[in-house]
Design a binder for this molecule. Structure first.
Ligand SMILES: Cc1ncc(COP(=O)(O)O)c(C=O)c1O
Length: 451
C-alpha cells in the first residue's frame, strides 16, 4: 500500500465517509472559487489529515513508513525522510539532530541561508571557510579534500562539516574523499545536495552523496526532479552512525503537524518515476540534449565545462555584457534565466526541460549574438572574498536588541541582519559579524540593522 494507492482507494471504497476532520474544504466539497480557478478540484480531493487508515508523519508506522522505506531502498540509504518544507527543513533537521549548543561546526561560506538559520536554532559555533573562487566565471569552486584535511588538522574539536555540492552553478566537491577524511577525524559530514536530485539516476561526473560516504544528504526534488514546491528528501547513508530517530525528533520540532498528502503523494510519485526505465532514460536524454545544445553555441558563447553537473547551463560571452544579453532575452524573447552577473548567465534545467525549450534558447542566443555589436565587456571578480570577523555566535546575535543606522556610519559596528550576496544568495555578512569597509559596496540599502 502506498500513499497514492491509499488516496485512490479512498475514492473507490470510502467516498461516502463523512469526515468531521480538518481540512475544512471537506475534500473539495467547498472550494474558494478563486482557488478552484487556478487549482481545479483534484488537489482538494486528495488533501486529508491523519484520518483512519492514513499515517502520521511525526511517528510513521503505516503508509508513510512504507513509502519512506521504499524511497530509502531506491536511494540505497539507511533511512530516507520526506521533507514537506524543502531542503531548508532537511538542513535544519540535520543540524538539530547532530549539533548541540557550543559544538563547533566547519562550514563552507557559500552555504544556503538555512545553514545560518540552523546555527541560530542549535547554538552551534561556526568555523567558516571560504572556498576558492573561479575568477573568470565569478563562481565558487568545488571543495578539495586537501582543504578539509588541513582545517580538521588545525581545529581539533570540530563536530560536523557542512558543504554544498553540487553548488548552485553545479560544481562538485570531492565528496567521496572528504567523507573518508571526516570518518578519520570522527566528524559528521552533511552535504547540502539541494541541486543534485537527479544524481542517483544517471551518469553524472560525481556520485550522489548518499553513495559517497557522507552521513546526511539533502535533495530538493522540486528543483530539478519535476516535483512540486517544496518537495525534498533527507537521506542517512548506510555507513553513517547518525540515528534515524534523531532526525525524526528534529523534524518533529520544525514540521507542521498538518503535512500535505498531495505533496507526499507527489514525493512518492516522483521518486518512483525517477527510478523507472523511463525516468532514467528521460534524464539520460536531458543530458544528451544539453550536450548538443552546448556544442551548437556560437563561438562567442562558452559554456562552463569543468567538474560540474551538466544540467546547469552556465554561459560566458566573449566581449559582450551578459546583463545586456539578459535584458534582450527577457524583453524580446520572453526567456527568463536563473541569474546573470557581470561574468556569466545561469540557466537551470531539469527533468521537464525538453528539446523545444532548448531550441528556442539556442535560437534566441544565436540571433542576439548575430545582431548585437560586441562592446568589449570585461568580466570582473563578481564575488567577494571577505574573511568574516565574528563577534557573537549566530544564536547570541539573534537574541540581541537591534537598531537601524545609516549605512555610511556602520563600519566597525556589529551587523544585526543577514546581508546576502545576490546572485547567488549566499551570506556576505551575518548577524554578530563586524561590518568592514570592504562590505560597503555590497550593501544596497541606506540603513542597516546593527547590534
Ligand atoms: C544550495 C541550496 N541549498 C538549500 C536550498 C533550500 O532549498 P528549498 O527551497 O528546497 O528549501 C536552496 C534553495 O535555493 C539552495 O540553493
Amino acid at each position: 500500500m502506498s500513499i497514492i494507492k491509499k488516496i485512490k482507494d479512498y475514492y473507490k471504497k470510502q467516498n461516502n465517509n463523512i469526515l468531521f476532520t480538518t481540512p475544512s474544504h471537506s475534500q473539495g466539497k467547498f472550494i474558494i472559487p478563486n482557488a478552484k480557478n487556478i487549482l481545479g478540484d483534484k488537489y482538494f480531493k486528495s488533501d486529508f489529515s491523519e484520518i483512519e487508515g492514513f499515517d502520521n508523519l511525526r511517528c510513521p508506522d503505516g503508509i508513510i513508513k512504507k513509502v519512506q522505506t521504499h524511497i530509502a531502498n531506491i536511494y540505497k540509504a539507511k533511512s530516507s525522510f520526506m521533507l514537506i518544507n524543502g531542503s531548508t527543513s532537511g538542513i535544519l533537521a540535520a543540524m538539530l539532530a547532530v549539533l548541540k549548543r557550543n559544538d563547533k561546526v566547519l562550514i563552507a561560506r557559500n552555504c544556503h541561508i538555512s545553514v545560518y538559520n540552523g546555527l541560530v536554532l542549535t547554538g552551534a559555533v561556526p568555523v567558516w571557510f571560504l572556498p576558492d573562487i573561479d575568477e573568470q566565471w565569478g563562481i565558487y569552486k568545488g571543495i578539495k579534500a586537501g582543504e578539509i584535511e588541513e582545517y580538521l588538522n588545525k581545529y581539533k574539536d570540530i563536530k560536523a562539516l557542512i558543504i554544498t555540492s553540487p553548488t548552485y552553478e553545479g560544481l562538485f566537491s570531492e565528496v567521496e574523499e572528504i567523507a573518508r577524511i571526516c570518518k578519520k577525524h570522527n566528524v559528521i559530514f552533511i552535504v547540502d545536495e539541494a541541486h543534485g536530485a537527479l544524481l542517483n539516476f544517471a551518469d553524472f561526473k560525481a556520485k550522489p552523496a548518499v553513495l559517497s560516504g557522507a552521513d546526511i544528504s539533502i535533495q530538493s526534488l522540486h528543483k530539478t526532479a519535476g516535483a512540486i514546491n517544496p518537495a525534498a528528501l533527507l537521506h542517512i547513508s548506510k555507513s553513517s552512525k547518525v540515528l534515524p530517530q534523531s532526525i525524526q525528533n528534529a523534524l518533529n520540532l520544525i514540521n507542521t503537524t498538518s503535512p500535505s498528502y498531495p505533496l507526499m503523494a507527489d514525493i512518492e510519485a516522483t521518486t518512483s518515476y525517477l527510478n523507472t526505465y523511463n525516468g532514467k532514460k528521460q534524464i539520460k536524454n536531458l543530458l544528451k540534449m544539453i550536450k548538443d545544445f552546448k556544442e551548437h553555441l556560437p563561438k562567442d558563447i562558452t559554456a562552463y565545462d569543468g567538474n560540474n553537473d551538466m544540467t546547469k547551463i552556465l554561459l560566458k560571452f566573449n566581449g559582450y555584457n551578459p546583463q545586456k544579453i539578459a535584458s534582450i532575452l527577457n524583453k524580446q524573447y520572453k526567456i527568463e534565466e536563473e541569474y546573470t552577473t557581470n561574468n556569466a548567465m545561469l540557466f537551470i534545467t531539469g527533468i521537464g526541460t525538453d528539446k523545444d525549450k532548448l531550441k528556442k534558447l539556442l535560437k534566441a542566443l544565436k540571433n542576439i549574438i548575430k545582431t548585437l555589436p560586441q562592446d568589449g565587456h570585461k568580466t570582473d571578480t563578481a564575488l567577494s572574498r571577505i574573511e568574516p570577523i565574528v563577534k557573537y555566535t549566530p544564536a547570541e546575535a539573534y537574541q540581541k536588541e537591534k537598531k537601524l543606522i545609516d549605512k555610511n556610519k556602520c563600519v566597525s559596528q556589529i551587523c544585526g541582519e543577514c546581508i546576502l550576496e545576490y546572485p547567488p544568495g549566499i551570506p556576505l555578512m551575518l548577524p554578530g559579524e563586524m561590518i568592514q569597509q570592504a562590505h560597503i559596496p555590497y550593501i544596497d540599502k541606506s540603513k542597516i540593522q546593527i547590534i
